[in-house]
Design a protein around this ligand. Structure first.
Ligand SMILES: [Zn+2]
Length: 394
């Protein structure tokens, strides 16, 4: 009988097919029952052969040809002599008390990875959003717990936007911590203040393991690292420092050329000049000669880029001292601000030359986070977003 062959493929190992319901295209409903002579009481492990009663339960199973299969299982209750109470027979492949098979749930998790949005998952698996969320995040939490480990040796921390401001709410930020060595997301925390970070992270053990923390020039993150990682040195992110003058340079340039993005000088000013040809450089300096303030900003910007091409901690240290000394002569308020920042982050900036660590990976993951948010998985809750992100960057 073809039905029986199909049933062997469709049904769970212990079940015997009793009937099928055709639905016009194929079979999506199977009636089945267990045929065992004896079952064992789950409470006291006493075997029983005495059937008390039975009833039909409907259990969802993984889809066949795009259609969810329904199993109508006659489940028997047996008498237990010891407990003096009936117990329901278990069916392998279906967890106790559940109305779906284990492979249905596995299929759902697969679909969540595979499908672009939850609406298609919902349609494909014929279930509610609530059910999908529950299954998905239970699973993510489980694998998260299984893979949790103490603070690693070298971490990076950065922030990104979680929810944009709406009429009745402010913009929400999350802090993202990554493990440099294992190249994965370590933790995601709501907020970006020292208090918020400490409240969420105090449970993780091994703070003394941390030797290096990379970050942008963020005072809260620096305070957090100093307070919580007694053996750590902070590394200021090279790209962040090297780009510090770009917005100012752009602003000053706009005052002259207007906000025309096509203006060729816009790009040229921001590019590192050591990659430019002699003639391009000439063009830049010809333009800059009419604007001494911008010329000075430009030269300091180039100075920062040159600084990061230095190899060796000692040479970098001497150069940074020299640079900040010369900056004190400048009449530009922007350069005085820059100088104060460089002095305030002096050791952290130099730490790069010892470790060569940057925050580039965190920023890469931040872009990944943006994609995840775009996939419209409806992050109503931060916890769901956190799990999703940690698993995507594992
Ligand atoms: Zn019992």
């Amino acid at each position: 009988m073809p039905n029986e062959r199909l049933a062997r493929f469709v049904l769970l190992p212990e079940l015997k097919l009793t009937a099928t319901n055709p639905d016009g295209i194929g079979y999506t409903a199977f009636h089945a029952e267990k045929t065992s002579e004896m079952e064992v009481c789950p409470k006291c492990a006493t075997p029983s052969t005495s059937i008390y009663d039975s009833r039909i339960v409907i259990v969802k199973d993984a889809p066949i040809r795009g259609k969810v299969v329904k199993l109508y299982i006659r489940k028997r209750r047996f008498r237990c002599r010891t407990c003096k109470r009936p117990f329901t027979e278990p069916v392998s492949g279906i967890s106790k008390g559940r109305r779906f098979t284990q492979r249905y749930r596995a299929h759902l998790l697969w679909a969540c990875e595979k499908f672009v949005d939850l609406k298609s998952v919902k349609k494909h698996l014929d279930c509610s959003y609530g059910f999908i969320y529950k299954a998905l995040y239970e699973q993510l939490e489980l694998s998260r717990k299984k893979n949790a480990y103490p603070w690693p040796r070298s971490i990076g921390i950065d922030e990104h936007k979680f929810k944009s401001a709406k009429k009745d709410s402010r913009t929400e930020f999350v802090s993202f911590i990554i493990d440099h060595k294992n190249r994965k997301a370590f933790e995601v925390v709501k907020g970006r203040t020292v208090e918020e970070l400490e409240a969420s992270l105090y449970k993780i053990s091994g703070r003394e393991n941390v030797r290096w923390v990379t970050m942008d020039l963020s005072d809260p993150y620096r305070r957090f690292a100093r307070r919580n990682f007694p053996n750590a040195e902070i590394v200021a992110d090279k790209f962040h420092v090297a780009r510090m003058l770009n917005p100012i340079l752009n602003k000053r340039r706009k005052e002259i050329t207007g906000d025309k993005r096509i203006n060729p000088i816009r790009k040229l000013l921001l590019m590192s000049s050591h990659r430019l040809t002699y003639f391009t450089k000439q063009t830049i300096y010809q333009w800059l000669n009419s604007y001494p303030d911008i010329r000075e900003l430009y030269e300091w910007k180039e100075g920062l880029l040159r600084f990061y091409r230095i190899r060796g901690y000692e040479r970098a240290r001497r150069t940074l001292i020299l640079m900040t000394d010369r900056m004190s002569q400048s009449k530009l308020p922007e350069i005085q601000t820059l100088r104060r920042t460089l002095l305030s982050w002096f050791n952290e900036i130099l730490c790069y030359f010892k470790t060569m660590l940057t925050n580039a990976r965190v920023e890469g993951y931040n872009n990944k986070a943006k994609l995840i948010r775009k996939r419209a998985y409806g992050y109503r809750s931060f916890q769901n977003y956190r799990l999703r992100l940690l698993n995507a960057c594992a």
